[in-house]
Design a protein around this ligand. Structure first.
Ligand SMILES: Cc1ncc(COP(=O)(O)O)c(C=O)c1O
Length: 359
């Protein structure tokens, strides 16, 4: 059955992409960039973009980022792969990951020859106490909005994670994939700002603008930067320069801030619509996690057969995703991960009405 309404998590509404502002930035780049910009670029990334990101990330996320510590990559996917290879070359064998987590991330870690060790997540985020038994020398976390469970890493856990990483002289990989979208208050600042010597901060334009840009960035401790740049050079001789220069202009002209203000308001009312429809039509379920990001997690009554609900909804043309699809070792109570950002409010209402009938 083709899906009429697909609550696939992780995708923004690409129809909101600011085509006019982006093409303006690209046109000006083509007109004004010197000829030398058309040769092979710096594998660290274009200096103009690293400069623009340094101030954007400092202002918006509290990231401490000297441009020399920024590396541009084709999305977090490439960044994580480069980092895992660099860590492996430095003797790291085990990377702790949150349970539940994104299966794609686990695959990237495994592909780099590292072992992904699951560590449970509860309502305060990663169980930092369990890290001690993981034997890991690095940990991949989503502290601002855990993917997929939707919780925030609690202040005491943030402090404990920083203590752990310092004590073990390990590395935290901070996946800050959707922190620009918080609807109830200002987002918590990036962990990186508290321990810049031990945290690799990673961001991406995939949720804020469009996955097709394949634009991501990492801010790494100085001791890791050259290994990362060497891995990037080895992979692809550097990310496409013209798009980097266009993105630098786009950021500096305030177009990303403008776009985010617009997108945030739209996603917020879609999320409100989702919560309202669920309250009205499926009162037995509970929305968990914070009002943030592009997806919500909906806890089903304990006795619910999650896999059967997912299959029955799909039969009726509605795509919903079970938390068990993201689980590693831990058993998770039945829940659905619902991406709402790319659906209109009427599609959300129709999809939830169908889901309610299934439940
Ligand atoms: C948890 C998480 N982090 C990061 C990303 C961004 O990946 P990329 O920048 O490679 O598009 C995604 C995209 O699906 C994601 O779900």
């Amino acid at each position: 059955v083709p899906l009429r309404h697909d609550f696939r998590p992780g995708v923004p509404d690409v129809t909101l992409f600011p085509r006019g502002a982006w093409s303006g930035a690209l046109r000006r780049t083509l007109r004004e960039a010197p000829d030398v910009a058309l040769g092979y670029g710096d594998p660290h990334g274009a200096a103009e973009l690293r400069g623009a990101l340094s101030s954007y990330l400092g202002r918006v996320r509290g990231v401490v980022a000297d441009p020399s510590q920024i590396l541009i990559c084709t999305g977090f996917a490439q960044g994580l792969g480069l980092l895992c290879r660099s860590l492996r070359a430095a003797g790291v064998e085990r990377v702790a990951v949150e349970d539940p987590t994104h299966p794609g991330q686990r695959a990237i870690i495994a592909h780099a020859g590292l072992l992904a060790v699951p560590v449970p997540v509860d309502e305060d985020g990663l169980r930092v106490d369990a890290l001690a038994h993981s034997g890991a020398q690095a940990v991949l976390v989503t502290p601002a909005h855990q993917f997929p469970s939707g919780v925030v890493l609690a202040p005491a856990r943030r402090a404990a994670l920083i203590a752990w990483v310092r004590h073990r002289n390990a590395v935290v990989i901070e996946d800050d994939y959707d922190a620009e979208y918080r609807y109830d208050r200002a987002p918590v600042g990036a962990l990186q700002g508290l321990a810049p010597d031990h945290v690799v901060y990673a961001g991406s334009a995939s949720k804020t603008l469009a996955p097709a840009l394949r634009l991501g960035w990492m801010v790494a401790p100085a001791r890791l930067v050259e290994a990362l740049a060497a891995a990037k050079h080895h992979d692809d001789l550097g990310s496409p320069t013209l798009e980097q220069l266009a993105f630098a202009r786009f950021l500096e002209a305030g177009h990303l801030d403008h776009h985010l203000r617009r997108a945030r308001a739209i996603y917020r009312s879609r999320r409100d619509g989702l919560v309202r429809s669920l309250a009205r039509q499926a009162p037995a379920v509970r929305v968990q996690g914070i009002a943030a990001g592009l997806h919500a997690v909906v806890r089903l009554p304990d006795s619910t057969d999650e896999v059967a609900v997912v299959a029955a909804a799909k039969e009726r043309g509605v795509g919903v995703y079970g938390i068990s699809e993201y689980a590693l070792d831990c058993a998770h109570p039945p829940a659905l991960v619902l991406g709402y950002a790319a659906l209109t409010e009427s599609a959300i209402a129709a999809g939830i009405a169908t889901l309610a009938r299934v439940l």
